[in-house]
Design a binder for this molecule. Structure first.
Ligand SMILES: Cc1ncc(COP(=O)(O)O)c(C=O)c1O
Length: 389
């Protein structure tokens, strides 16, 4: 007998009204996706091969290295962890990690580990760090210091040096962002570690927030070092950004550290309670696993190179159209003056003050960019044209 408890319920749904609403929602998503250039969500694979798995109650609750007793994808999750550990030079034999709900959770895990390492510590992060840092400082009840950034979004090393001097040897947790949210600047862990060495700072925990660039820049020759080849403590990235998972998710990596901010027993489900979330999505583990199967290191490297090349082209095209566009070295985020509200909404541009940006991840096509630039130039010249009438 085939096990199929779903069919009797499936017959009841969807009714006509619900089906019409879903069709309308899908059309809306198709249209919005064709104008989606402002946020870093790749469109890599359709993930249709995984559709059947939506029927199951997959839950990776607990520690992926101690799979729970239920229906889970922890074997696939561990393969994903091993792949990215190797790519980021963390020996899988001494590494640990798990698939999170997104970068916010990964950063929080890393910083919680830092807080437990040094109880009287201060959290340091730059002005251009992701806004979740404030929430994390609040939730972990950590005093924090924000380092002003340079106007182009890059890390101000002098300001960091001043803050370190002011702390007078107090332990700290430092969050460095490899690919800042708005400008795509790389806050170089290597450069900062050299500074810390010069200043004889030893009591610190370094978390690298590589939300977008983590699974991308490890394939780009010549990018600044940011991974476990350096003495960093924890690193996290998002799975729905460069890797295009349809479900928001992320990965946090750490050494198999004796300091575990969460290390309870989850006997009830047959696992260990080492993760921030209890129940954890097992579908996104499959999505991240499928990306690795379909693309592998070679395919990922090609897509990363294409993204950067598209950003180079975009800067050139915008500048040719008379628009002041900039990009950080190794960046796939192109910043330019904020257009009017209608353009910003139509193309879902992320805006910050007087600036807007486009993120050239896979899925942002040459055709989309060409249409955008044509519309942008028209919008800029329209007010002058209307004056003539
Ligand atoms: C640099 C950086 N860190 C953290 C985050 C938060 O990521 P998530 O939405 O996956 O929690 C983002 C999101 O844009 C980001 O750009």
């Amino acid at each position: 007998m085939t096990y199929d408890p779903w069919s009797q319920h499936e017959r009841r749904f969807p009714g006509d009204v619900a089906a019409a609403r879903l069709m309308a929602l899908k059309s809306h998503f198709v249209e919005r996706s064709a104008h989606y250039i402002g946020f870093p969500n790749s469109r890599l694979l359709s993930f249709a091969a995984l559709a059947d798995f939506l029927k199951f109650n997959i839950n990776n609750i607990g520690d992926p290295f101690h799979p729970n007793d239920g229906i889970n994808t922890c074997d696939f999750e561990r393969e994903v962890i091993a792949f990215w550990s190797t790519a980021l030079h963390l020996d899988p034999a001494v590494g640990w990690g798990y698939i999170t709900n997104g970068s916010t959770e990964g950063i929080m895990y890393g910083i919680a580990q830092g807080r437990d390492r040094y109880e009287d510590s201060v959290l340091i992060f730059s002005e251009q760090s992701h806004y979740c840092l404030y929430k994390i400082a609040h939730l972990l009840r950590l005093p924090h210091r924000v380092i002003p950034s340079h106007p182009d979004g890059s890390l101000n090393l002098e300001a960091l040096t001043t803050t370190l001097a002011e702390l007078g040897g107090r332990p700290f947790i430092l969050n460095l962002t490899v690919g800042t949210t708005f400008h795509g600047a790389i806050e170089s862990p290597q450069q900062v570690l050299e500074l810390l060495e010069q200043r004889h700072c030893h009591d610190f925990h370094l978390h690298v927030d590589a939300a977008l660039y983590g699974p991308m820049h490890c394939w780009i020759p010549g990018s600044p070092l940011f991974d476990f080849r350096l003495p960093i403590h924890t690193l996290s990235f998002s799975g729905h950004k460069f890797l295009g998972s349809p479900i928001p998710c992320g990965l946090v990596l750490s050494h198999r550290d004796p300091i575990q901010p969460f290390a309870g027993s989850a006997e009830y489900v047959g696992s260990l309670d080492t993760t921030l979330s209890g129940s954890r999505d097992g579908f996104s583990a499959l999505a991240l696993w499928l990306v690795i199967q379909q693309l592998g290191p070679q395919g990922l490297a090609e897509l990363a190179a294409e993204s950067l090349q598209r950003a180079v082209e975009l800067v050139r095209q915008l500048q040719e159209a008379g628009i002041a566009a900039t990009r950080h070295p190794h960046g796939c985020i192109v910043v330019f003056p904020r257009p009017d509200q209608a353009m910003a909404r139509r193309w879902q541009l992320a805006t910050y003050g007087d600036s807007a940006h486009i993120v050239t991840v896979p899925g942002v096509t040459q055709e989309m960019i060409a249409t955008f630039i044509t519309e942008l130039v028209e919008a800029e010249t329209q007010p002058a044209a209307s004056l003539v009438h």
